[in-house]
Every structure is written in structure tokens, then in C-alpha cells.
Design a protein around this ligand. Structure first.
Ligand SMILES: Nc1ncnc2c1ncn2[C@@H]1O[C@H](COP(=O)(O)OP(=O)(O)O)[C@@H](O)[C@H]1O
Ligand SMILES: [Mg+2]
Length: 439
């Protein structure tokens, strides 16, 4: 196994076509990248939607005259955007996250004891400057002013001198890139949300190319939810995005009035939105106990961070925008389909000890993209004392029926047969969209 430094020293820079790399269509514009990925090259996220601000970042990658400073609200995708563009150019990415006690040595390196002798270990900045690659400094607006001023030379393109390593001078590699992300534009926080951010020294701030980023458009966030969580009904995805934007508007509204007190003191980031959707699916089994997964997940994704009044207001808005949130039955129109292991566990719990006399019923569906567009198949099963009744076929077609007599069922138990067959379908990509008469 080669060490990281061996791997980095073998990297081959290449000229790429910017249009091909970023958009799939040749443009004739050259951008420098690498021939191969390393352990530090970010993986491509196929669900990532490049926001408008990525245009500026791409232009910077093509001609990185100055270091880049990308700012915008928390969780809007700043770091991901830079990482995803770097991934397409196969740049190794050396990341650091700023904090109040960060020291220059955390970036450059330090002496350490190895096999009984002192050796110098390079930090992420020194590695990026020496071998080439992207140095990504996250949350850079919280670092102390003396660390910031120690970076002036590097930001100007000067060599890095390391006195602790015998005065080593690292001349920046031609593919060394410096990018920073932050919540403020460097002028300090005007919102009261980003504690610890510092007003940057003008001489420091002046060395960067500035780009601004905000939360993705509603249509983009909706697509993101649909792609990442295909079992969430599209209507629900839309309502969740509308909800997040409503909260953002409430927050911005007060700001626009010039007040420093916000109607809502939390902000609904894209990160929180994705977490909310993920938790809504994971908490789905709670619906059986009369707990609404949407609001339960909302608390854990965001509302617990808010004060009591804001939390009440978040719930009130949720009741209005998700009418089913007030109902306790899991079999409402707003029921969220369950898939995979979560659905199999849900069935195992819900059918455990249920007698065929209760006639438990399941409705599963599989949606696919065929030459005729989106198509779906249904599978409905019901266990009764005399056996298991099945109906399956194209959605809306009536389908065909089958009956498995009780003595032909697994353990002569129609409920066991229903559970076994449904689990097989769930493993085959079906999702559970409705259930009745379970525990
Ligand atoms: N345009 C987008 N496409 C896909 N995922 C996104 C997008 N924007 C944000 N995300 C997701 O939101 C989360 C937060 O993004 P991150 O880059 O950490 O935000 P920031 O650096 O602005 O705080 C990540 O999980 C990221 O994958
Ligand atoms: Mg970040």
C-alpha cells in the first residue's frame, strides 16, 4: 500500500474540457485537473444538484487567480458544491474546519515523535501546497485574526516557510488551490445566528474572490427530496419544501423590517430538510402508536433547537400544512410508504401474534420507469381464517387473483404466508403503501 504522500507525489495533472467535465458537452475551455483520483478525492454524489453559484466556482477553477471565498447561510451546500466540483476534476481535497482556538500549526504541521526521533508532520495546507490539490477551509470566518494574518503570504501566492522543519520553503504547486467557505461575508454577523464569527481584517478579506450562495430553489430541493427519498409521496415532498421556505421567509421577513429580533430564531437549511425527510421515513412505524411521524421528525430535525414559542409556532404551521398531522390513524391519505428493511420490520412487528380472524390486509406497490413512462404494479394480500387472498397486476387494471388455502400456507397459517410473501415483494423493490388490521 503506497502512503498518502507517495500517492500524491505520483499524481499527474491533465488538461480537461470544462464543458465536458461539468456539463457533459465539449466547450473548448480548458480546466486543469488530475488523471486519477486519490484517497482524498471526494466521491461523486450523483444526487447533487449544482446550484447557480457553481457557475462562479467553475469560472474560478478555470482561472484561479485569487483564492475563493464562498459565503452563504448554514447548510445551503457551500462545502458540498466545492467538493463535488473538485470530485469531477479529481482534485485531492485537504479540508480544515475553522474554530476559535485553531492555530497556524494545525494548518501547516508540527514536530512529532516517531520511532524515537523527532520528525516533521505536514499539515493539510503544507500538503496541498507541496503536492497540489485543493485546500478547503470551512467556516473560515471564526478563526482568530493572528491566524488569518499568518495566511496573507500564502493567499498572495508566496512560498510557505516552515522554520520548525529546518527552514523548509514550500513553493506552491501549480495546481494548489485555496478555497474558503463561511456564513458571513467577512464583515461580521448581522443576524445574531452565527456566534463566534469574527469581523475579518480588511487586508485579509481583500485577498479573496467572493461568491455568494443561498438555499436552492424550491424546484431543486423538491427534486432532491424525491430522488433521495423515492418512497415519500411527491405531494409530501412539495409540502415539506414549501414549509421550509415559509420558515425561511418568516426569518427573512423580520430582517427586512430592520429588526434584530427574528420571528423564528432557527433557520431551515437544506441539511435540516434532508434530515427531516429521512427521519419522517424512519419514524413511520410510530404512526401505529398514534404519533405523527412528520411532526415527531420535525422536532428532531429542527424544532428542538428553537425556543418554546417558536417551537409552538413551527408545530402550528405543520398542522396547517400537513393536515394529516393531526390524525392518529396510520391509514390516512398522507401515509408515507415504507420500503426495504424498515417495511419488513414493520410487518414483523405488526403481524406478530395477529390471528387470521382479524383479517390483516397489506397493499404494496412497485413503481418503475419503462418505455411508456412511469408504470406501477400493485400487490394486495389479505389473510383470513380459510387462507390467503391475493390480487396483483398493473395499478388500476383490476389485476388477477389467487387464493392459497390455509393448509397450503406456511405453518398452515395464512398470516405467516402473508408476511412471508410480502417480505419477498419488499425485497424485490415494492413499498408498503397501506396496511389494515395489524397490531
Ligand atoms: N444542491 C444540493 N444538492 C444535493 N445536496 C445538497 C445540495 N445542497 C445541499 N445539499 C446537502 O445538504 C447538506 C449540507 O450541505 P453542506 O455543503 O455541508 O452545507 P454548508 O457547507 O453550506 O453548510 C449536505 O448533506 C449536502 O449533501
Ligand atoms: Mg460547510
Amino acid at each position: 500500500m503506497p502512503t498518502l504522500q507517495e500517492e500524491l507525489s505520483r499524481l499527474q495533472p491533465v488538461d480537461c474540457d470544462a464543458g465536458l467535465v461539468f456539463g457533459g458537452k465539449a466547450s473548448g475551455t480548458v480546466v486543469r485537473g488530475y488523471a486519477d483520483a486519490t484517497a482524498l478525492t471526494p466521491r461523486i454524489d450523483p444526487h447533487f444538484r449544482f446550484p447557480e453559484a457553481s457557475r462562479d466556482v467553475i469560472v474560478w477553477f478555470i482561472a484561479p487567480e485569487d483564492p475563493l471565498y464562498l459565503f452563504g447561510p448554514t447548510g445551503c451546500g457551500k462545502s458540498s458544491c466545492i467538493r463535488q466540483l473538485a470530485a469531477r476534476l479529481k482534485y485531492p481535497v485537504f479540508e480544515v474546519t475553522g474554530h476559535g482556538r485553531l492555530e497556524f500549526a494545525d494548518l501547516v504541521g508540527h514536530l512529532s515523535l516517531k520511532d524515537g526521533s523527532m520528525t516533521y508532520e505536514y499539515g493539510p495546507l503544507a500538503l496541498a501546497m507541496r503536492y497540489g490539490g485543493l485546500f478547503l477551509f470551512n467556516e473560515m470566518d471564526v478563526i482568530a485574526p493572528d491566524v488569518a494574518s499568518g495566511l496573507h503570504g500564502v493567499l498572495d501566492g508566496c512560498p510557505l516557510c516552515i522554520p520548525e522543519n529546518g527552514g523548509e520553503l514550500i513553493v506552491p504547486h501549480p495546481l494548489f488551490r485555496f478555497a474558503a467557505t463561511a456564513n458571513t461575508n467577512g464583515g461580521g454577523d448581522t443576524t445574531g445566528l452565527y456566534q463566534g464569527t469574527q469581523r475579518q481584517n480588511l487586508a485579509f478579506a481583500d485577498r479573496f474572490l467572493l461568491c455568494e450562495m443561498s438555499y436552492p430553489d424550491a424546484s431543486v430541493e423538491e427534486e432532491l427530496l424525491r430522488e433521495r427519498f423515492p418512497t415519500l409521496p411527491p405531494q409530501l415532498c412539495r409540502s415539506m419544501v414549501d414549509y421550509a421556505n415559509e420558515i425561511r421567509r418568516q426569518f427573512m421577513g423580520d430582517r427586512a423590517d430592520g429588526g434584530l429580533v427574528h420571528a423564528v430564531e432557527v433557520i431551515f437549511s437544506t441539511r435540516s430538510l434532508l434530515r427531516w425527510a429521512d427521519l419522517t421515513i424512519r419514524y413511520q412505524p410510530l404512526a401505529r402508536h398514534g404519533i405523527q411521524p412528520i411532526t415527531y421528525a420535525l422536532d428532531r430535525a429542527l424544532a428542538f433547537r428553537a425556543g418554546r414559542e417558536t417551537r409552538a409556532m413551527l408545530h402550528e404551521l405543520a398542522q396547517r400544512m400537513f393536515p394529516q398531522a393531526g390524525e392518529s390513524s396510520p391509514s390516512t391519505a398522507g401515509e408515507v410508504p415504507l420500503s426495504g428493511d424498515a417495511a419488513i420490520r414493520f410487518l414483523a412487528d405488526g403481524l406478530d401474534g395477529v390471528d387470521a380472524g382479524h383479517c390483516p390486509k397489506l397493499h404494496l406497490r412497485k413503481t418503475g420507469h419503462g418505455p411508456q413512462g412511469v408504470t406501477s404494479k400493485d400487490w394486495c394480500g389479505e389473510a383470513r381464517p380459510d387462507g390467503m387472498y391475493l390480487r396483483f397486476g398493473r395499478t388500476g387494471s383490476g389485476g388477477q387473483g389467487r387464493f392459497v388455502a390455509a393448509d397450503a400456507c406456511c405453518r398452515q397459517d395464512p398470516v405467516c404466508e402473508l408476511r412471508r410473501r410480502a417480505a419477498r415483494k419488499l425485497r424485490d423493490g415494492y413499498v408498503l403503501i397501506h396496511s389494515e388490521n395489524m397490531r
